[in-house]
Design a protein around this ligand. Structure first.
Ligand code: PBG
Length: 307
């Protein structure tokens, strides 16, 4: 009678990895149950997820086509713009969020243009804005900059508006900690991880206040919703952001959190499905309006059994 927290398949956004080629559905070893899809297979997969009640996706490109001037990211015929166009042709009502970053396309694995050994904030913003136009032209409903450069929401919003994309939304990763929980993702997205250090632009998890300013800046610059990540071990931050700001919060239940849960699926002492369900409810209770999760499809099934 007094339950005030609920969860639905509509709350979920499913991350999908897209690769070049044809008829490819390649297992991703670091993300149990997930695959890289070539565009033809991706279209079939989108039908399956829609049938299961999931209507939002976030896309990541897996490619060997990399260089350090970020030219792949601004190529309209690169894998992600192509994938967005094809999905929209076949499945208009799937909501596509396009992750906006360069780390999938740079040889060094950094999120932008490196100058004197460090990512150059403003040069990277110019590339991001160009990339945002390509993604919007392809039909992305929302752009999700995950690079963590300062001022990028402002630059992207202005560029989108000037090019006639006033209706394309921006969901920035406003709060993104320099976390060790991203490593299965980096493996999945074929990102060079050997000596990567993103602490000059991602946030320090030993600071409990800086998120307040990061979110405020993004809202002032034109964010339509904000993404916070990781999620399950940052419930305090989600909750505090919810109290401070009245704007939709999307929590990103990241790859390392997924791995932690999945590692126990065969453990007879672990009640996997109920623990997963309870964890997702915790994200809702803390204030998430939506959840990006590799568990999205299995949650669609689990939710049905719970209600
Ligand atoms: C790209 C990006 C990352 C994730 C989402 N977008 C990786 C990173 O910053 O290293 C991580 C997602 C996950 O771990 O599931 N910048």
């Amino acid at each position: 009678m007094f339950e005030d927290v609920s969860i639905s398949t509509k709350d979920f956004i499913l991350p999908i990895f897209v690769c070049e080629g044809n008829k490819i559905k390649r297992e991703i070893k670091s993300l149990d149950g997930h695959y890289e899809y070539s565009i033809d297979e991706l279209i079939k997969y989108c039908d399956i997820i829609k049938k299961n009640g999931i209507s939002s996706i976030i896309l990541f490109g897996v490619t060997e086509n990399k260089n350090d001037n970020c030219s792949t990211a601004i190529d309209g015929n690169a894998i992600i713009p192509k994938a967005i166009r094809e999905i929209k042709k076949n499945n208009k009502d799937i909501i596509i969020i396009a992750d906006l970053c360069n780390c999938e396309y740079t040889v060094n694995g950094q999120c932008g243009i490196v100058v004197d050994g460090d990512v150059d904030n403003d040069k990277t913003n110019e590339i991001l804005a160009k990339q945002a136009i390509i993604l919007a032209q392809s039909g992305a409903d929302a752009i999700a900059p995950s690079d963590m450069m300062d001022g990028r929401v402002k630059v992207i919003r202005r560029k989108l508006d000037l090019n006639g994309f006033q209706k394309t939304l921006i969901f920035p990763y406003s709060v993104k900690y320099a976390s060790a929980f991203y490593s299965p993702f980096r493996k999945a997205a074929n990102i060079n991880v050997s000596n990567i250090d993103r602490r000059t632009y991602q946030m320090n998890y030993k600071n409990s206040e800086s998120f307040i300013n990061e979110v405020k800046l993004d809202i002032d610059e034109g964010a339509d919703a904000i993404i916070i990540k990781p999620a399950l071990i940052y419930l305090d931050i989600i909750w505090r952001a919810k109290q401070l700001y009245k704007l939709p919060i999307i929590s990103y239940n990241v790859s390392g959190e997924f791995l932690l849960m999945k590692s126990n699926i065969k453990n007879e002492f672990f009640d996997y499905e109920n623990c997963l369900y309870e964890s997702m409810i915790a994200l809702k209770r803390a204030g998430s309006n939506a959840i990006i999760s590799y568990h999205a499809l299995e949650m669609a099934r689990i939710i049905k059994n719970h209600d």
